[in-house]
Structures are given as C-alpha cells and as structure tokens.
Ligand binder design. Structure first.
Ligand code: PLP
Length: 463
C-alpha cells in the first residue's frame, strides 16, 4: 500500500466509521451465523503476492462485518458497555500511526508523562489522590494487586512457595472470574480462595469474611489478599468497602477494590458515595474502556504505595537502564508486560473533548435510563425485578427459568436488541446493561416495547 492509497482508503474508513457511529449497523445487533461459517469463507493460506488495496475493506464488509456482535450499536444492552467515541478513535488512529512503545520514560518520554498526568486527572474525578498506571485490562490489574499483596506477605519471588505458609485470599461469591484467575496465576492455588457469601443484595457479608479469616489463622494459614467489588458483573452489587477495609486493617491484609465497570459512575458527584471506604484500601481499579467512552483496552490502576507493585514486578536488565531512571517513572516496572501501548493519548483526547461535565452528563443519562427501565419492570405484573438497580444494570425474570430463557432468545433472534443473562440464587436472569454511548432514552423505550411484544408471543401461543 502506498501513501496515496493509504490516504484514499483511510478517508473512506473515517467516513464509514462516522456513518456507523451515527446510524448504527443496518443489520442484526447479534449476527445470524453458525460456528465455522466465517472461518470456512477465509482462504486457508495467506496470499503469496499483495492483493489490491481496495479488497481489504470490501472483504471486511462482506466477510467480517455481518459476523460481528455490534457492541457500539445503540441497541446493544448485553454484558457491559465497551465504548468507543470519536476522540478516542482518533487517538487510537494516531497511536497506530506513531507505533511507539511506552515501556520506559526513555522509550517515549512525553507518553510516560502524559500517562502520569492522565492518572492524576482521573484520580481527581474520583477523589483518589494515589499514583496510578494504565494496565491493559482489569484482569491484569487484579493480577498486579495479587502479586503486590503476595510479595508484601512473603518474598515468593525469591524463595518460591517451598516451605512457606499457605497464603489465603478472600472475595465474594459474586466476584468476577478474573479474581480466581489472578489467584491461580499468582500460584496461591484455587483452594486458597475463600468465596464469601453475600446478602439479599448480592453484596459480601463482612461478618462471614471475618470468620473465614479467623478460621484460616486458626489453621496456621497467612491471609494476604481481599478483593471487594463495587459493581459486580452479574447485578452491579456493591460490597460494603468501609466495613471490609476495617477488617483488612485489623488483620493487616491487602485490600484491592475492583470497580471495573462502576468506577466511571463515581465521576458524577451524586454517585461519589460509591467510593466510600476506597481510601482505606491498598489498590483500586476501574475501566475507562467500559463506560468512559475510551476504546478497549484501558484500565486505570491505582495503588496507595507503588513500592509494593514495583517490588513484585520490577526487573532491571542492563539494556533497559537509562541515566534518568532515578528521576522518572518507568511503567514497565508497574505492570506485567515489558512493551506497552500508548494508551494515555486516548484518555487525553476523551477527557478534553467531552470535558468533565460532558462525561458526567452522558453517565447521568445512562443512570436515568436504568432507573426508568427498572420502574417499567417493577410495575409490570409479568416480570420480577430481581434486585433494585443502583448503577447501570437491570436484572429481571419472566415467570420461570425456561420462559425467561425463551424470552431472551426471542429478543436476541429478532436482531432488534441484544441482551445477555446471568444466574442469581440459581435462577436464570435477564440482564439489561445501559451505558452504550449511542443509546438514548428512545432506545430504552424501544427495548421495553420489544420485551412486551416478545412476552405476549409467549403468553398467547396463537399470536
Ligand atoms: N471485574 C468486573 C467487576 C467486571 O465486570 C469485569 C468485566 O466484565 C472484569 C473485572 C474484567 O474486565 P477486563 O475485561 O478488563 O479484564
């Protein structure tokens, strides 16, 4: 591809992205596709000689696009938001155009300093004056927290686990699977993770946490890590972080707070209460790549004292040393991988383009849509609101498990909306997750109408 074709195709792609963003996808939100269908349409070997440049985009449109789930379509209410926005897309384009590697200050000085400043800006929005670093995902951030906690408790990096006491960890039975994954990867072993029961709102019960810690101490184990969640994945339950923090402090255990989705809501002053107790924790993360209109991937990871993170992860080979090392932050020492993408640029573009008030007003709109939708469910005799919605997710069911599942499948097959499910108390639940940048109240109303229509089909078989 030469520069002329790059520009021609590039302008065409920008036009297409703008159209896609403004009007959504003109097909189903979830593809009508069978496993293997895309794979078998793709050649089994790469082309030996370069193909005409224009084939790249036309084949993308005919082969790939129809098989995608359209996460940024306004009718997408599945899983959780995974937003894009114009400033973020432009920053991603620039990042790709630059192709810089941000592993150290010396490998990209202004990128490192922009990252430091962006973490401060985000910290101000959350009233969290801690040092921060961008990780790729919440899963990686949580792994960093577990490794920091592990090294604070015992020098495992040096000694390995031989002849060491058993390290134990605690989180609620509603916590995200990334906690278990981090515990496995950090070598604590799945058996060392205590899943603490939750209350009627699916929030961790502090008394049960304390009892589990006491039991471990009595067995001679070393409790080293607690993860509280602000906004669980299934139902956006909020663990009582202030009470959990007291327990963590009493027993000297690392407290990590996973607010992957819900952290963004705390930039709205009336939702600041979400951050209660976080200042007493040791680490905290949230994902601008979920609800803060910043393209995947971008996780903001904060730690009260980065010494523990660096102690766990820093290695200094000669070829990476530079004369500025004493004066600067080298973020390769604050995370797992060496090579790092230039992610701070999209945060800078997003925060400047929206402004703090612009971000807040979008979040408020999503919070209002959630409350409105929750009310429709609550007031309708056909449905059961499983738990009062506090953030962006409405959980409901319809008659019984089989009919709830049937309703979900009919809605998704219609192509007019996309929803996903979970299980709470062993019951099959439909989740409606708001927060997609292009979704407005009109889309929430359309979704409600669709749900009503698809429920009538079920109640009147002759319909
Ligand atoms: N934690 C919570 C509460 C989540 O909801 C999710 C994603 O669903 C994650 C962690 C994992 O996020 P990531 O994909 O950034 O690893």
């Amino acid at each position: 591809m030469d520069a002329e074709n790059f520009k021609k195709l590039g302008y065409e792609l920008i036009d297409w992205i703008a159209e896609y963003s403004e009007n959504g996808y003109d097909g189903p939100v979830f593809p009508d596709i069978k496993p293997g269908e895309t794979y078998h349409q793709l050649p089994s070997s790469p082309p030996v000689y370069g193909e005409p440049d224009e084939h790249l985009f036309s084949d993308f449109q005919s082969l790939i696009l129809p098989g995608l789930t359209h996460w940024n379509d306004p009718r997408f209410f599945g899983y959780f938001p995974s937003n894009h926005s114009y400033p973020s897309i432009l920053a991603e384009l620039l990042t790709a155009g630059l192709g810089v590697n941000c592993m150290s200050w010396a490998t990209s000085p202004s990128a490192t300093e922009l990252e430091k400043r962006m973490m401060e800006w985000l910290g101000q929005l959350l009233d969290l004056p801690w040092p921060g670093v961008i990780q790729d995902t919440a899963s990686t951030g949580t792994l960093c927290a577990v490794l920091s906690a592990r090294e604070k408790a015992l020098p495992i990096n040096q000694t390995g686990f031989y002849h060491q006491p058993i390290l134990t960890a605690y989180t609620s039975e509603q916590a995200h699977s990334s906690i278990l994954k981090a515990i496995r990867i950090a070598g604590l072993g799945e058996n060392a993770l205590r899943l603490i029961p939750t209350d009627e709102n699916y929030a961790l019960i502090p008394g049960a946490l304390e009892k589990a810690i006491e039991d471990d101490l009595n067995m001679g184990n070393t409790p080293c890590f607690i993860c509280g969640t602000i906004g669980t994945t299934s139902s956006t339950a909020i663990d009582p972080i202030p009470e959990i923090a007291q327990i963590a402090e009493k027993y000297g255990i690392w407290l990590h707070v996973d607010a992957a989705l819900a952290g963004t809501a705390a930039i709205v002053p009336e939702m600041k209460w979400l951050m209660n107790g976080v200042h007493q924790a040791d680490s905290f993360l949230f994902n601008p790549h979920k609800w803060m209109f910043t393209n995947f991937d971008c996780t903001a990871y904060y730690c009260k004292d980065p010494k523990h993170l660096k102690n766990a992860l820093s290695i200094q080979p000669e070829y990476l040393k530079s004369s500025q090392d004493r004066e600067v932050d080298n973020y390769r020492d604050w995370g797992i991988q060496l090579g790092r993408r230039f992610r701070a640029l999209k945060l800078w573009f997003v925060m400047r383009s929206f402004g703090v008030e612009g971000l807040r007003s979008k979040i408020r709109e999503h919070l209002q849509m959630t409350q409105w939708f929750g009310l429709q469910i609550k007031n309708h005799p056909l449905f059961e609101l499983v738990v009062p919605p506090k953030i962006n997710t409405v959980c409901f069911c319809f008659k019984n498990d089989a009919e709830t599942e049937g309703l979900l499948n009919r809605i998704n097959r219609s192509g007019k909306a996309y929803l996903t499910h979970t299980k709470l108390n062993n019951r099959y639940i439909i989740r409606v997750s708001f927060g997609q940048i292009h979704s407005s109240m009109k889309h929430a109303e359309d979704l409600w109408q669709l749900i009503l229509e698809e429920s009538v089909v079920e109640t009147c078989p002759s319909f």
